[in-house]
Design a protein around this ligand. Sequence first.
Ligand SMILES: C[S@@+](CC[C@H](N)C(=O)[O-])C[C@H]1O[C@@H](n2cnc3c(N)ncnc32)[C@H](O)[C@@H]1O
Ligand SMILES: [Zn+2]
Length: 249
Amino acid sequence: MKDWALIYLRCETCGAQLTNESIRTAAGDTTEGILICDDVLCGAWYPIIRGIPRLVTENLRTELTAEFIDEHSNVLRFKGLLTDSEQRDDHLHQLKEHINKHFGFEWIEYSRFGWDDPVYNLQNAEEIFRAKSLLNNEALANKLVLDAGCGNGRYSYSAAKSGAQLFSLELGDGVDSTAENLAEFPNVQVVQGDIFHAPFADNTFDVIYSNRRVDAYGRRAKGDPKVGQQIENRWLDVSSCVWSRKPIL
Ligand SMILES: C[S@@+](CC[C@H](N)C(=O)[O-])C[C@H]1O[C@@H](n2cnc3c(N)ncnc32)[C@H](O)[C@@H]1O
Ligand SMILES: [Zn+2]
């Protein structure tokens, strides 16, 4: 995880800031660590695994976390974090598990789709991204941007190249492919998280875009929390969408 990312991240359970207890680093970035909620009453913690903060509830984390706990049980015990915590009641839980599993499989299996596929390659992705989002370099350069439901990151690439400071958010386990695909960019932070419990402070982003129904469960999620106040109900009704603080055209 890049150092610059920490100030924007929030506990996905209570919204408080997080402290990074770094365990391993490479080239200044945390590759393994623990993000601990600053609100002691909340007590939530999240692993950073392979440089990706896994900001999803415990019941959505997969065997990755079990391995992490096995490996770092001493540190976790020392910090008093190895307790039996209650699983949060989330009526969409099963659906999210389903998304995690199936999109996870898709982006692991097709990790380079949209990158170096003979037809669906980066050039094609770039054209589609620009045509759909109407985001040009000027709208992205030096802006804080969220790609919500980024899949393997094929539409993060253009924003990253344009110089955006970019968070690529994805619920599924395919995030490891996303991080590998985007590894060359110091201005990109991949985060495993759920847009409906977005692990960011309200009004963080200058621009948010999403290609192809991040909700995947459409109307069933209506009424659930949004990305702070920036996301309106339109989110759930349109296929590709962009929100910006300023007019894009
Ligand atoms: C149709 S795919 C599009 C992926 C990418 N934007 C693209 O165009 O290549 C939708 C993505 O949203 C992710 N997703 C679905 N629900 C999500 C949620 N609640 N939070 C974050 N990501 C989610 C899925 O795992 C999937 O990768
Ligand atoms: Zn918390």
